[in-house]
Design a protein around this ligand. Structure first.
Ligand code: PLP
Length: 433
């Protein structure tokens, strides 16, 4: 029986009979698993016991359920959970471009990701070609060079909510035999499934809307399983891998042994196992709890964020609202195609006035919490130019509409009218005599 999203979010990846009939997913806090006897140990190390666990850095039953559940929600062939969204991004990129190469990405991405792409990956010989808009296909096409190894984008960008045309980008990438990586943190699997539209690798900061309660830092990489890795550009999937050695097996490469799952299996074996940014079982448990209410939370938050966006749109002190779920957006067609349930719970607005007005506003909110996070049940507010996008050079911030008077909101589960009143009184205070 094929199950709908809301059934998968509760039951996906979990069989109570495999866990002493526990109705909810137990926390396996143990580091290692009994090998029982030398025959079973031999089989286990050769990977001949599917689903056998040995050591919790590589795989753990609680984390495994979380990985399987996210994978089911997104329609991939496998997922690996890691200790943070940044670890998910880092491992996904290294698994594709290790050894050197180029990646095309837009400038309007998560601040730490941009800093990593600009200042850290080049030290590993992975260089980025940045574009103003990832939907400028001519420009993207022009930048594809012989050593370009991927296109990277956020499905809904932070903090301006630009929407990437994922189908078109996937076509462009695949025509050039390179994969498309999508950071789908803002929509979460509830609002958008990038793999359905051709994305090859999806990364999440599940710290945000997936966890949902602002109490767990975590990340996930999901493999779409459809990309055809070539020997020329991605030799790592075709090399001999000693951990895959076993009697009678000729091809001991990830592509040879795992086929469609080569990418995600390699990420677990070479990056999670060796670099070790492992998700703790307790954190996986919190993420699983978050997933159980994802539709209800995000559904309400999307509705509230639209109400608030319309309120701000009419406020005399607001110059512009950046929320592409609004009716007047120039990305209406993309919203209709990809986001029938809404684009998310995070958006921004530009205040008329100066940084002083912004500071007064931030110091006057009573319900919104002032901090650099998103996707919490609590409503959050922040000034990107001073906090989350501080490391982005001013010129580039400008070109991406991240001015000093831009304010980002992440809408939670409070009463929508209370949130509107809170913003209204804070805006009024910001412009008082
Ligand atoms: C927060 C965030 C990240 C980084 O995730 P962490 O869990 O904080 O490491 C990456 N991408 C986007 C879009 C984010 O919002």
């Amino acid at each position: 029986m094929s199950k709908n999203f809301d059934t998968r979010k509760i039951h996906g990846g979990y069989q109570p009979k495999d866990f002493n009939y526990s109705a909810t997913v137990p926390i396996f806090q143990n580091v290692a698993f009994d090998l029982d006897d030398t025959r079973r140990a031999d089989k286990a190390v050769r990977g001949e016991l599917p689903g056998a666990f040995m050591y919790s850095r590589v795989a753990n039953p609680t984390v495994d359920v979380f990985e399987k559940r996210i994978n089911e929600l997104d329609g991939g062939v496998g997922a690996v959970a890691v200790a943070s969204g940044m670890a998910a991004i880092t491992y996904a990129i290294l698994n594709i471009a290790e050894g050197g190469g180029r990646i095309i990405a837009p400038l309007d991405i998560y601040g730490a990701a941009l800093d990593e792409f600009r200042t850290l990956f080049p030290k590993y010989n992975i260089n980025f070609d940045f574009v103003e808009s990832i939907n400028d296909f001519d420009e993207v096409n022009k930048l594809i060079k012989p050593d370009t190894k991927a296109i990277y984008a956020e499905s809904v960008s932070n903090p301006i909510t630009n929407i990437a045309d994922v189908s078109a980008l996937a076509k462009l990438a695949h025509a050039n035999k390179i994969p498309l990586i999508i950071d789908n943190t803002f929509p979460t699997p509830y609002l958008f499934n990038p793999i359905k539209y051709g994305a090859d690798v999806v990364v999440y900061s599940s710290t945000k809307g997936i966890g949902g309660y602002g109490n767990v830092v975590s990340g996930v990489v999901v493999d779409g399983g459809n990309f055809d890795w070539t020997k020329e550009k991605f030799p790592q999937f075709f090399e001999d891998e000693i951990t895959l050695k076993k009697p009678g097996r000729k091809d001991i490469s990830f592509a040879g042994v795992f086929g469609k799952k080569a990418f995600i299996q390699r990420l677990r074996t070479k990056y999670l196992r060796l670099m070790g940014a492992v998700l703790s079982p307790f954190s996986a448990y919190l993420d699983l709890l978050g997933l159980e209410t994802i539709s209800e939370r995000i559904g309400k938050e999307v509705a509230t964020s639209l109400k608030i966006a319309y309120f701000l749109d009419e406020n005399e002190h607001v110059e512009r609202v950046f929320h592409n779920g609004l009716l007047n957006t120039n990305q209406k067609e993309l919203v209709k195609k990809y986001y029938p349930k809404g684009i998310g719970t995070v958006f921004s607005f530009k205040l008329k006035g100066t940084q002083t007005n912004v500071e007064k506003l931030l110091n006057s909110v009573k319900i919104f919490t002032y901090l650099p996070n998103v996707g919490d049940n609590r409503s959050l507010i922040v000034n990107p130019s001073g906090i989350t996008h501080r490391e982005v050079p001013k010129e580039e911030r400008k070109s991406q509409n991240i001015s000093d008077t831009l304010i980002r909101l992440s809408i939670g589960l409070e009463d929508p009218n209370d949130l509107i009143q809170d913003l209204n009184q804070a805006i009024n205070k910001a412009f008082e005599g």
